[in-house]
Write a protein that binds this ligand. Structure first.
Ligand code: KIV
Ligand code: ZN
Length: 388
């Protein structure tokens, strides 16, 4: 059976850049856009052109340099936003305009101060206007996961009739549970009569730590585009992390066997490091896939298992994401086997007796320090007479 393609829509430069303290200049954004293209993302959401002259310039610049990925600009459902987005992406090889408008009762009543009828009209007019500039238009009913279902299905149907070819279902405040969000995607598929004319997209925020789980559940239930960011950066607790979603699809091919994607996973670590460096947002050590500890093992039992067979404690090989190798951290939890192994990597073969002699010294040093470096281990080994 032919596989179904999951499109990766990267919003590092738009939703990601909305993280407090992450704003970047045009040059930095252009560097990241080039790396995203190398990574193989299908769509780069390059910015929100009406937000500032710098944002407009960044989207325009990126539109001029990107060859293969689509370049998308965000717009509120307002003519001035749509015109600005259209102008910013006009030079792109594959432009897209992303129009959004809130549809949940709480947003319509308190933020927009508009009735349902007014919101539907504004959404339809906006999609139609965007289509006058670009034939690739995405519509997002903002706060979709807290929107009344019947109203959501109705506005989606009208947005598709007005010309939207992607319908995004944002979990704007990260409120949905995975089963609930999956069911919502399934219902959109079942209940919107013209849904066959559009791609369903998911867009999940991480306020409850569920953004990746929700995105994967969406894929299982019919979403064919995933909106995400590198390192999961984004508003508040962030967006779904691209690297986690793609490595889940990749590592659990048995579970996601009907899908394929075009991400070059070997560019993940380069992308992560570049985004961290240029945005100034550091990646926590224990972050899945790209954290410093993600491929580091310190427990003696684990190190022993890994030396015997990598798959005992590693479900992803570090090379798959572009790292050189697994790191066995030498510390107080390490055993003799790990020490012998590390010395062997420097061409020093030690006997059982020599290992017995080094081990107490190593443990004493490890108790003092968090990590014993290669140099320190070599110095300990040199202190054992027979090795000199
Ligand atoms: O989270 C959200 O609802 C958004 C929209 C603009 C798609 O980022
Ligand atoms: Zn968002």
């Amino acid at each position: 059976m032919a596989k179904q393609k999951i499109m990766f829509f990267d919003t590092t430069l738009r939703d990601g850049e909305q993280s407090p303290g992450a704003s970047m200049n045009v040059e930095k954004k252009a560097r990241i856009a080039r790396q995203l293209e190398k990574l193989g993302v299908d769509v780069i959401e390059a910015g929100f052109p009406i937000a500032s002259p710098g944002d407009f310039q960044a989207v325009k610049e990126i539109s001029g340099i990107i060859e293969k990925s689509e370049v998308c600009a965000l717009a509120r459902s307002l003519p001035k936003d749509i015109q600005s987005a259209a102008k910013a992406v006009e030079g792109a090889k594959k432009p897209r305009i992303h129009v959004f408008l809130a549809t949940s009762p709480i947003h319509m009543q308190f933020k927009l101060c508009k009735s349902k009828g007014e919101v539907v009209k504004q959404a339809v007019d906006s999609v139609k206007l965007a289509r006058q500039y670009c034939n690739n238009v995405e519509f997002s009913p903002e706060d979709a996961s807290r929107t009344e279902k019947e109203f959501l299905f109705d506005i989606i149907e009208r947005a598709i009739d007005a010309g939207a070819s992607t319908i995004n279902i944002p979990d704007t405040v990260g409120y949905a549970m995975p089963a609930e969000y999956g069911a919502l995607i399934r219902k959109v598929r079942e209940r919107v009569p013209n849904i066959e004319n559009a791609v369903i997209s998911c867009h999940c925020h991480n306020d409850l730590g569920l953004a990746v789980a929700n995105s994967l559940e969406a894929v299982k239930n019919g979403a064919r585009q995933v909106e995400c960011t590198i390192n999961g950066i984004g508003e508040r607790a962030g967006n779904a992390a691209l690297e986690e979603i793609v490595m889940a699809l990749q590592t659990r091919k048995d579970f996601f066997q009907e899908f394929e994607h075009s991400i070059n996973t070997r560019e993940i670590i380069n992308s992560s490091r570049m985004v961290s460096e240029l945005s100034g947002l550091f990646v926590q050590r224990n972050k899945a896939i790209v954290g410093k500890n993600a491929f580091a093992h310190s427990a003696g039992i684990h190190q022993d298992g890994l030396i015997k067979k990598k798959s005992t404690y590693e479900i992803i090989s570090p090379q798959e994401i572009g790292l050189e190798e697994t790191e066995l951290v030498l510390g107080k939890h390490s055993g003799k086997h790990a020490i012998k192994n590390r010395l062997e990597s420097f061409g020093i073969k030690i006997t059982e007796q020599e290992a017995e002699a080094i081990f107490p010294k190593f443990k004493a040093m490890a108790d003092e320090k968090k990590e014993v470096s290669n140099e320190e281990l070599l110095a300990l080994a040199k202190g054992i007479k027979s090795l000199i």
